[in-house]
Write a protein of this length. Structure first.
Length: 186
């Protein structure tokens, strides 16, 4: 009976811990080599925090949230555009030979959506919500190299750090119409 109670208690603790587990709440970049020259880039970023560290490093996060949530949208969008411009200057992806890899523009959230996110974050901080996490905003981009890629070097904005980088080349195969099944290898 004691063993049974211990087993039930252990199962309960694991179940509760599983319910309270979270996705990693840090900046992440996923780089996928789609073919020899094409990279897909998926970035999850706490944009308000990175923006504050980029354009207003002397402000506290709370002061930044107050200032930028109350700012007229036109001025906010101008600051957001300047922040993106700084990030573009700091971002550099080069191939194994040191040649720059051209990339299509990142698809960033618009200014109104970002300002709303900052307002919501500020309100959660003011009300003292017991369990708040930064919102990681997904941002996508594409990169195309002039030569076949075997390796690449990435320089990124300091405000994105720490940044977890996940890179891989997926296995891809075509399934022809007469095939009824395919073997997947991992």
């Amino acid at each position: 009976m004691i063993r049974f109670k211990a087993l039930i208690s252990g199962c309960y603790l694991f179940a509760v811990a599983g319910l309270q587990a979270h996705e990693l709440q840090q900046h992440k970049l996923q780089v996928v080599l789609r073919d020899d020259r094409h990279l897909s880039l998926s970035l999850w970023l706490d944009i308000p925090k990175a923006m504050q560290q980029t354009i207003e490093p002397n402000l506290t996060p709370a002061a930044f949230e107050m200032k930028y949530s109350a700012m007229p949208l036109r001025l906010f969008e101008k600051s957001w555009g300047e922040c993106i411009s700084l990030w573009r200057q700091q971002w550099q992806l080069t191939d194994g030979f040191g040649l720059a890899v051209a990339y299509a523009d990142w698809r960033w959230p618009d200014g109104a959506a970002l300002q709303s996110q900052i307002k919501l974050q500020m309100m959660a901080n003011i009300t003292g919500s017991a369990h708040t996490h930064p919102v990681l905003t997904p941002v996508a981009g594409e990169a195309v190299s002039g030569a076949s890629l075997r390796s690449a070097r990435l320089n990124m904005p300091p405000s994105w750090q720490p940044l977890m980088v996940i890179s891989y080349k997926p296995s891809q195969q075509w399934i022809s119409s007469p095939d009824k099944s395919v073997i997947l290898k991992f």
